[in-house]
Write a protein that binds this ligand. Structure first.
Ligand code: C2E
Ligand code: MG
Ligand code: MG
Length: 739
């Protein structure tokens, strides 16, 4: 605008003004000229912003009215003036008011037209930034909210870029034990336990992240101090199309959960183990139960077998034998065939057991059993009926056949047995009964075979005998005697005779010191029956118990009467049967009778045969001890006829040995008997026992006995057994003689 051309100057000026108007009218911002706080001119946009109907409507209005309040207007003046006055541009945001009263934010740019003279006015460019302001506020709120979440989240949050931490929250740092900011810029390797884990995690998440999916995993990570920590991580790329913009990771400590899970798994495993164990226990119990049942069944089977078979040899026992025998006899009867029953018993087998032991005895019996079994035919029965007793039932066997087998068995049983490297020899005794000649049933045949065997033994053993009519007669008498004996006691057919016993002194006459009570039976038809005959029958039938008790009571009562009659104090010797001796009640019975009669125990001497004492030595010792404790004396009767073991003899509580009359009988002319009697006397002396010789009939015998130190005698030389009255007379007469 040069002053040299005023006309063209004016035209140019007008042109400029028009151009300016166009610009102002179309500007996107509001433009206003203000002079003396009054709007002088404005463009359309300005009018629009403030809500004037047109630019003209704005002209002349006070600019102050356009502020929210007067104070705002003054405040802006204070802020802007120094700049404007310096000729500079003011820029700033300012809250304004629209015509409808609405407040809104503007961005103002202002300048003085002439900084030298402010009264010329100023020009302002106004930008409506209300929307931007609002958006900013929302964004700020959002940001603040996010920050809040970020800062206070219970989970660890980390932003990674290029696997480095761009940002992480406190929770994340705390999770891994880092201080605030300590992880910033660090590689994510920091919270991995090792390189491999770190690489593997990177490879694993790449795929899903690049697809825009979230990656989720449970990982074992490490704290700053190396402590492993179980974490659940979730991650997502910030921009899936540009992974370089990084990713966000949300990390949560699940160690406790894992621990709980682990414990749950362990508890489950434990429970399962327990269940397994219980199941096992249960099955063991069941197995044990099954085993028990099986055992029980086996035991029952065994018991059943035992009921029919002998436990030692496996041979049929008495029951099975009876069964088989009666069947065989039935068949024999129907088919009119002969049959033999054979009894076999080993001679002195007890000695084998006693001297070599039961084991040796058992082995011998087992071997014998198989020899017998091997010697007979299939249809024959070999049974073991007791200790060393065997019974054979032989169908279709006549006398010749039975004799043939018997001599064969003789050889078999006598052949040496090998037991524990020892060679043993035994001999059998056998008795044979024939069907139907000797009996029609098994019971009868057994009795006959038994009697025949008994005969074989009496005839010197190691032999077999057939049952004969003579034996028949004998067994018939035994039956007769047994029946008669049953009534003998009540019919007062029994009595006692007394044989005096004498003490031998070195010089002078033998003195009567006692009596032996000997049982007598007088039957109206049978006459006097010898005790040697009826005592065994009484023993076999059990009658000996009541009879024996009667003898004891009667003998002691008699002794009482003699005492009362003024006879010297004698000892009463009473014979005791093995059956009595074995009876539990014996010591009490003796006690009772002694008390009943009022007799001192030491006046009684019980005679026990050697056989009875040796039959069961340990039992004998017990009973002897009991009797000894009661003050009763014991003597061994018939000494020398049995098989006394010196070892037991020492333990027996006996005071006297009665030398059997069989040794005394031939004393004067049998060297051997003399030697035996001499030996018995010496042995007894050595054991502290007295000796009494029985059956002394001659002066010669008496002289020998006296000279060899025998202390007492009894026998026909002095007196037979006498009835009570005769005995007392005898005693008194002898007293007179010696007086
Ligand atoms: P023992 O106990 O050895 O009795 C001795 C036997 O020899 C008696 O026979 C007696 O009469 C007899 N005797 C006595 N002196 C002589 C003699 O000088 N020469 C001969 N040849 N014999 C003599 P007895 O009375 O016939 O008795 C036989 C057996 O019967 C007794 O032998 C005894 O074992 C038993 N006995 C007798 N009475 C009873 C009793 O009350 N109870 C028991 N259990 N057995 C008795
Ligand atoms: Mg006697
Ligand atoms: Mg005798």
């Amino acid at each position: 605008m040069s002053p040299a051309h005023p006309a063209s100057d004016n035209a140019a000026h007008d042109q400029a003004v028009r151009e300016l108007d166009v610009i102002l009218a179309n500007a996107g911002v509001g433009v206003v000229f203000v002079k003396q706080r009054t709007l002088v001119r404005c463009n359309q946009r300005y009018a629009d912003i403030y809500g004037f109907a047109s630019p003209q409507a704005a002209i002349g209005r006070s600019s102050v009215e356009l502020y929210a309040c007067e104070e705002d207007a003054r405040e802006l003046g204070r802020r802007a003036y120094p700049l404007l006055a310096a000729g500079e541009t003011f820029r700033g945001e300012q809250r304004m008011r629209r015509q409808n009263g609405e407040l809104f934010w503007t961005h103002l740019t202002g300048r003085l037209i002439n900084p030298e003279d402010p009264s010329e006015g100023s020009i302002w460019i106004v930008d409506d930034i209300q929307e931007r302001k609002e958006a900013d506020a929302t964004l700020a709120d959002l940001h603040a909210e996010q920050q809040l979440i970020f800062d206070h989240a219970m989970v660890g949050i980390v932003f990674l870029r290029g696997r480095r931490v761009t940002r992480c929250n406190r929770a994340f740092e705390q999770l891994f034990g880092y201080g605030p900011g300590e992880l910033d810029g660090q590689l994510s390797r920091a919270w991995y336990l090792n390189d491999e884990d770190w690489q593997a995690a990177g490879a694993l998440c790449y795929e899903p992240l690049s697809r825009g999916e979230s990656f989720q995993a449970e990982m074992l990570l490490g704290k700053k101090d190396g402590t492993p920590i179980y974490c659940e991580v979730r991650s997502k790329a910030i921009d899936r199309s540009d992974l370089s913009r990084g990713s966000i990771w949300i990390t949560q400590d699940i160690t406790a959960r894992k621990q709980a899970e682990l414990e749950l798994v362990q508890a489950k495993a434990q429970l399962e183990a327990l269940v397994e164990q219980r199941t096992q226990q249960l099955s063991q119990t069941v197995a044990a139960l099954e085993l028990k049942i099986a055992e029980q069944q086996a035991a029952e089977a065994r018991a059943e077998r035992l009921a029919l078979f002998d436990g030692l040899t496996g041979l049929p026992n008495r029951h099975l034998l009876a069964d088989r025998a009666s069947q065989a006899i039935d068949i024999a009867r129907r088919s009119d065939e002969p049959l033999a029953v054979l009894f076999l018993d080993l001679d002195h087998f007890k000695n084998v057991n006693d001297s070599l032991g039961h084991r040796v005895g058992d082995s011998l019996l087992t071997q014998l059993a198989s020899r017998l079994r091997g010697a007979v035919r299939e249809q024959d029965t070999v049974a073991r009926t007791g200790g060393d007793e065997f019974v054979l039932v032989l169908p279709l066997t006549d006398i010749a056949g039975a004799a043939h087998l018997a001599s064969k068995l003789m050889g078999l049983a006598s052949a040496p047995f090998q037991v524990d490297g020892q060679e043993l020899t035994v001999t059998p005794s056998m008795g044979i009964a024939m069907f139907p000649t000797d009996g029609d049933d098994f019971d009868t045949l057994c009795k006959c075979a038994d009697a025949a065997m008994y005969r074989a033994k009496r005839d010197g053993r190691n032999a077999y005998r057939f049952f004969t009519s003579e034996m028949q007669a004998q067994s018939a008498r035994a039956l007769l005697l047994e029946n008669a004996l049953r009534r003998a006691q009540e019919r007062c057919q029994l009595s006692l005779h007394y044989q005096p016993q004498f003490a031998l002194d070195a010089t002078g006459e033998p003195r009567i010191v006692g009596a032996e009570a000997l049982l007598r039976w007088q039957h109206p038809e049978l006459g006097w029956v010898s005790p040697a005959e009826f005592i065994p029958i009484a023993e076999a039938s059990g009658l000996i118990l009541p009879i024996g008790e009667w003898v004891l009571r009667e003998a002691l009562s008699q002794l009482r009467r003699w005492d009362d009659a003024g006879l010297p104090a004698l000892t009463m010797a009473v014979n005791l049967s093995a059956v009595q001796f074995r009876h539990d009640d014996l010591p009490e019975l003796v006690d009772r009778v002694l008390r009943e009669v009022g007799m001192a125990a030491d006046r009684l001497e019980l005679e026990l045969t050697e056989g009875a004492a040796m039959d069961n030595p340990s039992m004998a010792i017990t009973v002897m001890n009991e009797l000894h404790a009661r003050g009763v004396r014991l003597s061994i009767d018939d000494f020398g006829t049995g098989y006394s073991s010196l070892a037991y003899l020492k333990k027996f509580r006996v005071s006297k040995l009665k030398i059997d009359q069989s040794f005394v009988r031939d004393l004067t002319d049998d060297v051997e008997d003399r030697a035996i009697v001499d030996a018995v006397i010496r042995m007894a002396a050595a054991l502290g026992l007295q000796t009494l010789a029985e059956g002394v009939e001659t002066e010669g015998q008496l002289a020998f006995l006296r000279s060899h130190g025998c202390q007492a005698v009894q026998g026909f030389l002095f007196s037979r057994a006498l009835p009570a009255d005769a005995f007392s007379e005898y005693v008194l007469s002898r007293m007179l003689v010696s007086a």
